[in-house]
Ligand binder design. Structure first.
Ligand SMILES: [Fe+2]
Ligand SMILES: [Fe+2]
Length: 491
C-alpha cells in the first residue's frame, strides 16, 4: 500500500476512464501502475470529481478533462446491472399457450402497455383474439449510475402487464370423455310374445349312418356319432318342435360309391345302418309326435339311386304292384320305412327344399369349398332368402343385407355342421377333416321372421340356454330295441 504517495497522471487517467465506462473500484485498482487499496481509489475519485466539476485539471500536467468527450471516445461498455429491488435479468415474458387459449405476462420497466406486450410477445392478432387484459404499476427503489458513473439510489416505475386471449378459429383437441351417469326412472316391462305365436324347428345335419365292419369279428364301428345324436335328441325332447328337418346324408352308403375305393370293410353294413338310422329317426318323431318331420335326400343317399341307374336300370323306381303310390322298392324312404313314422322324404337332390317360412329354406347343399367360411361366402352371393344346409360338415355363417324398394332386409346363410363322427372314421379324402358337430335351433313366425341359433357339440356335450347337455350311452337300448330285426348285430 502506498498511502500518501502521489498519483501519477497515468493512474488518474485510468481512474477517470474506468469510472466513465462503469468499472468498479476494485477493477480500476487492478489496472493501476501503483499499488492502491480499494478505499484509496474511492477517495481519489471523490477528490477528482470535485476538481473536474470546478473546471480544473485533476492531472499534474494541467490537462483539462471533459467527461462527455471521454464517454464518447471510449467504446460502449455494458451497463452494470442496478442493484435494485427488481432484478432486470428477470425482465422476461411468460407465454402460456394451452389448446385454444393463450396467456401472456410481463413484469418490467420497458413493457408498459398492452401494445408493448403484444409486440414483445410477437402475437399474431389474426390468430388470437384478446379477451381481457390487466396492467399494474408501482414504484421500486434502484441503484442506477449518475453522470459520473456512480451508482445512486433512485426510484423508478415497474409495470406488470397480463393479457388473456382465445384462438379466433379453434383447433380440434383431444376429446375429454367423462363417465356418463344416467338414472333411468322406469324401465318398461318386456312385452310377452303371445303363447304359441313363436314356432320352433330343428335342423339336423348329416348323420351319415353307416359302419366300418371288422372282417374278423363283424364288430360294427359307426360313422354316425351316437353321442352327438343323443345330445340333439335331448334338445328335441326338451322343446316343442314344430318342424324337424334332417338336412340330408342320412345314410353314408360308403359301399355304394363309384367315386372312391370301396373297402371290403364297408360290405354288408347297409342293413344294420338302415336299422340304426330308423331307430334314431323314430326317437326324434316320438320326441315331437305332433310336429312335422322331414328327411332330405343328400348326395350320399342318392348313391343308391345312382347305382341302379348305372348297373340295374330295371330296378330304378320299381314298385310293388300293391304300392304303386308308395316309395320305390330300392330307395331310402322304402328301406327306412319312413311312411310308418310319418316322415316326409324330400327327394330330387340337389333341388329338394323344405321351407320353414317365406324367408327361410333348408336344403342339403351342393357347394363345398376347401377353406373355412368360403362355402357360405359363395352361397351368399345368390341368396335372396336365408338358407340352412348341411353337406360341408362345417359350422359356418355369412350374412347379407339386401336393399329393396320396400327397405333393407338381411338374409343369413348357415352351414350347420354335421352329426357324424369327426375323428376320421367316416370315409373322406383325409383322416383329419376340418369338420364341426352341431345342430340348428330355429325360432320363427309364419310371416317370415326367424332366428337361427347353432348348438355346437363337443365330445358329446353341448351348452344351450343355460343348460349343459351330456350324451347318454344308448347302445344297450339300441340292442334291446333291435333284438327282433332278424340278426344279432354286433353293435
Ligand atoms: Fe354329408
Ligand atoms: Fe352331402
Amino acid at each position: 500500500m502506498t498511502r500518501g504517495t502521489p498519483w501519477p497522471d497515468i493512474d488518474i487517467k485510468t481512474l477517470i476512464e474506468g469510472k466513465v465506462v462503469g468499472l468498479s473500484y476494485n477493477q480500476i485498482r487492478a489496472q493501476l501502475t501503483s499499488v492502491r487499496s480499494v478505499k484509496a481509489v474511492e477517495r481519489r475519485w471523490a477528490r477528482a470529481k470535485v476538481v473536474i466539476s470546478k473546471g480544473k485539471s485533476p492531472y499534474t500536467s494541467g490537462e483539462f478533462v471533459d467527461l462527455v468527450d471521454v464517454r464518447k471516445r471510449l467504446p460502449a461498455q455494458p451497463t452494470p446491472a442496478p442493484a435494485d429491488e427488481f432484478d432486470q435479468s428477470q425482465d422476461g415474458i411468460v407465454i402460456d399457450e394451452k389448446d385454444n387459449s393463450l396467456k401472456i405476462f410481463s413484469k418490467s420497466r420497458r413493457i408498459k402497455t398492452l401494445d408493448d406486450l403484444i409486440e414483445a410477445c410477437e402475437i399474431d392478432e389474426v390468430v388470437w383474439l384478446i379477451e381481457r387484459h390487466k396492467i399494474n404499476k408501482w414504484e421500486v427503489g434502484a441503484k442506477l449510475p449518475n453522470e459520473f458513473g456512480d451508482m445512486e439510489i433512485t426510484t423508478s416505475p415497474l409495470f406488470q402487464v397480463t393479457a388473456w386471449m382465445i384462438r379466433r378459429s379453434p383447433i380440434a383437441i383431444d376429446p375429454v370423455v367423462s363417465p356418463v351417469v344416467i338414472t333411468v326412472s322406469r324401465t318398461p316391462k318386456v312385452k310377452k310374445v303371445e303363447s304359441g305365436a313363436l314356432l320352433n324347428a330343428l335342423a339336423l345335419p348329416d348323420p351319415q349312418c353307416g359302419f366300418y365292419k371288422s372282417l374278423r369279428t363283424g364288430k360294427l364301428t359307426p360313422f354316425h356319432d351316437r353321442a352327438a345324436l343323443d345330445v340333439a335328441l335331448q334338445i328335441a325332447q326338451e322343446y316343442d318342435i314344430q318342424k324337424t328337418i334332417w338336412l340330408g346324408d342320412l345314410m353314408d352308403l360308403a359301399e355304394f360309391t363309384d367315386k372312391f375305393i370301396r373297402s371290403p370293410n364297408y360290405f354288408w353294413s347297409t342293413q344294420p345302418a338302415a336299422i340304426e338310422c330308423k331307430w334314431w329317426l323314430t326317437q326324434f318323431v316320438d320326441a315331437n309326435p305332433k310336429g312335422e318331420h322331414f328327411a332330405m335326400e343328400g348326395n350320399h343317399d342318392k348313391r343308391l339311386q345312382d347305382q341302379l341307374i348305372k348297373h340295374f336300370k330295371e330296378a330304378f323306381k320299381l314298385r310293388a304292384v300293391d304300392e304303386l303310390e308308395g316309395a320305390p322298392l330300392m330307395s331310402i324312404p322304402k328301406i327306412l320305412a319312413l311312411h310308418d313314422i310319418g316322415m316326409q322324404w324330400i327327394e330330387d337332390y340337389p333341388n329338394g327344399e323344405v321351407w320353414i317360412n317365406d324367408q327361410l329354406v333348408c336344403e342339403h347343399g351342393a357347394t363345398a369349398r376347401a377353406k373355412s367360411g368360403a362355402t357360405v361366402s359363395a352361397m351368399a352371393v345368390d341368396a335372396t332368402v336365408s338358407r340352412v344346409f348341411g353337406h360341408t360338415h362345417r359350422l359356418e355363417c355369412a350374412t347379407k343385407t339386401i336393399h329393396e324398394r320396400t327397405g333393407a332386409r338381411t338374409v343369413k346363410v348357415w352351414s350347420m355342421g354335421c352329426l357324424c363322427r369327426i375323428d376320421g372314421v367316416v370315409p373322406g379324402v383325409k383322416e383329419r377333416q376340418n369338420w364341426q358337430q352341431a345342430l340348428g335351433f330355429i325360432e320363427y313366425l309364419p310371416t317370415g321372421e326367424h332366428e337361427i341359433t347353432p348348438i355346437e357339440i363337443h365330445d358329446g356335450r353341448a351348452i344351450f340356454r343355460g343348460k349343459i347337455y351330456e350324451a347318454r350311452d344308448r347302445v344297450e337300448q339300441l340292442k334291446d330295441d333291435t333284438a327282433g330285426t332278424k340278426a344279432e348285430w354286433n353293435w
